[in-house]
Structure formats: structure tokens, C-alpha cells
Design a protein around this ligand. Sequence first.
Ligand SMILES: Cc1ncc(COP(=O)(O)O)c(C=O)c1O
Length: 404
Amino acid sequence: MTNSNTQLRTRLAEWTDRVLPSPTALLESTVARYQREGRPVFRLGLGQPDFPTPDRAKQSAIQAIHDDFTGYTDTAGILPLRQAISKALRRDIGLEYGPDEIVVTVGGKHALFNTINTLCHPGDEVLIPVPYWVSFPEQVKFAGAKPVFVQTDEADGFKVTPRTLAPYVNGSTRLLILNQPNNPSGAVYSKKELAELADFIRERDLWVISDEVYSSFVFQPEGFTSIASFPGMRERAVVINAVSKAYGMTGWRIGYSAAPAEVSEAMLRLQSHTTSNPSSVAQKAALAAIEGPQDDQTVIREQYMARRDLLVEGVRRIRGLECLVPEGAFYVWADASDWLGRPVAGRPVATVDDLAAILLEEAGVAVMPGTGFGSPRHLRLSYSVALPEMQGGLAAMEALLGSK
Ligand SMILES: Cc1ncc(COP(=O)(O)O)c(C=O)c1O
């Protein structure tokens, strides 16, 4: 580190030593640079749907601008939006939340940030099943709490159970972050698995954050169940969701939390001193998306399921890659550990980060290395891209790595 860097570091807050940059954001900026330079990239690294924001949402936002609906709103979000979210929660997960128990936020990420910073005391331990979404540990560290990583196995479908969680629980354990459908593994928990987890969480007197941002991408016939919906769980659960993935609205930045009133009131206090309300115009767009007919969700789900099957089949054809069939979200979590220690295109592969860099530079395929998700063995490939791009990416990977 240079002298000036050292001086700068000493002037920055202590958390800057603990919190890492977001690897997904870094990949996105590298891909953007490639595209600016006119180099073709197959974007299998992306975490956003390829379908557009629904027309009703766009029109509602345009109307909001024409109506000068451009001032501050309630910090918690406009009442009609919180009422629509309340209705959607009743419909989708069978839970009653009043508008005062819902806080509309700047994306799901912000709802998680509010929650973690409201529930965690310094030194509290937070259970994070591995693999995990990249921001969980960093947000926990930011809050002064300690991420405790709970390994999962491919044999268990990358899911935690009371048996695998138990050794990690002690007097400092505060909460479990349960993200399902899971980014990156695609794991979805059955009702039976959730009932067992719910018993465990109650017995150990823990909280649970249920990150449900991929809940509209569940492919198993049983559908999606929230852990918050089991007896005695609502009072110890915070449900997080967003319009980002469900409605192709990642850039609008609207998410929300649903939690017992006391927790929501505290989160609101934090939000009132940080972001205030999310964009008034984006709230109107989200309202139209959530309130309108939901038929397109089924169409999208079927399309994504077909793409999932193609991507799984394609990945399984490529030498040195293995994967399970994901039950939800829009990622394939491929075990690439066969490549570790073997050269690709004459270049050494010591880590999955090396492999991802080689795939990008030699084959023009952007994928996420598993490292940021807690795995040194995996690559995450996204099927939220149009078919030609996905097929082009698969063909380029197969040409570089070879077939089985
Ligand atoms: C598991 C998970 N939770 C939360 C988020 C955040 O979503 P948003 O874009 O609404 O902030 C993401 C985004 O990738 C995610 O994958």
C-alpha cells in the first residue's frame, strides 16, 4: 500500500476495512467496458430479468410525472402501495400485514439493510447458509455483527436443516438469513423442510429474515411457501421482497419489508434519516405492477423454466462442469472444481476467479465466480438472458473447455 493510501485509510471509517466491494457490481462494470469497446459478450453473469417493465407500470410512472407527483411521500411509501403490498402478501404467502407493518424501500437490498441494522446488536451472530447472496455478509459486518457461515451440501440440495444449523447456534446467535429461491443455488424449500426449520427457529428463540425476491420464479409444482407463514413465526420474521426481479424493474429501485409493527417502526426511523421515501414516480410504477393482472408472471415462469432446462443440459455437456437442476430463481450453480489446477487455453487455473476471467477474455462469456457467494468451486450462470445469447454463451464455453 502506498503512503498516500495509508493516510487515506486512516481517515476513513473503521467499517471500510471490513466490508468488501460487491463482486456482481464489479463484473457488470467490466462487461459494460467490453461492450463500450465493441467486444461481444455473452452475459451469463447478470442478475436481472431480460423482460421489460410491464406497460401498466411505465404508463403509471409517466402519468405520475405529468401529475407532478414528484414531491416527498410518506417515508414508508404511499399508502395505496403499502395496501397493495399487503394484499399481495395475503394472496402469495397467506399472511396479514397492515400498512403500518410494511416499509417501502430503495430496492430489496435496502430493505435488508434496514432489517439487519435494526435487529442486530454489535457482536451478534447471524447464520448465513452457504452459498449466499453476496451482500448478506457485508451488510451484517457493516452492522457490527458477525456472519456465521453454515455450509450446505449438494447432496442436501444446498439447503440447511436443524441438524446442520445446530452446531452453529450459541447464546450470541441472533438470526438466520433464509433466501429461497436461493441466489445462487436455486434451492427452494418444501413445506416439510420449512416446518422443521420453523420449529428450530422458535425453539432457539431466533429471528429469521426471509429474502423472497425470487418467489415468483419457483418451478416445482408445490410452489412457494414463506417460512414466516408457519405458526409462531410471523412475530420473529421479516419478509423481504421487491418488484425488481418479479416485474423486470431492477432499475426502478423499489423493494419492501413486512415485519411486526415495532420492528417496522424502528426501520422507518432509520429510513427517515437516510434515504427518506423511495422515488415517488417509481412507487407509482410499482403500484401498477403489483395491482395489475398477474397473468404475465405465469408466462414468464414457463419461459424461464424452459431456459433453465436448456442451460442445465448445455452445462452438463461441457467438460469439467456439473450441476443440479435448480428449483427456482434464474441461476445454474455449476461445480467447476475439475478445472482447478488444469490449464485452459494455455493459462493456469488456480481458482474459479481465474476460470471466470479466462472464460470472459478467451470466449467472451461473462459468468460469476462462486467466490463472492462463498464457494471456491462453483460458477454461477444466469438464464435471465434471451435464448440466442444463452445458446451463444454455451457454445463458446463448450468450444473453449471441450465436450464430455
Ligand atoms: C437474494 C437477493 N436478495 C436481494 C436482492 C436485491 O434486490 P434489489 O435489486 O431489489 O435491491 C438481490 C439482487 O440481486 C438478490 O439476489
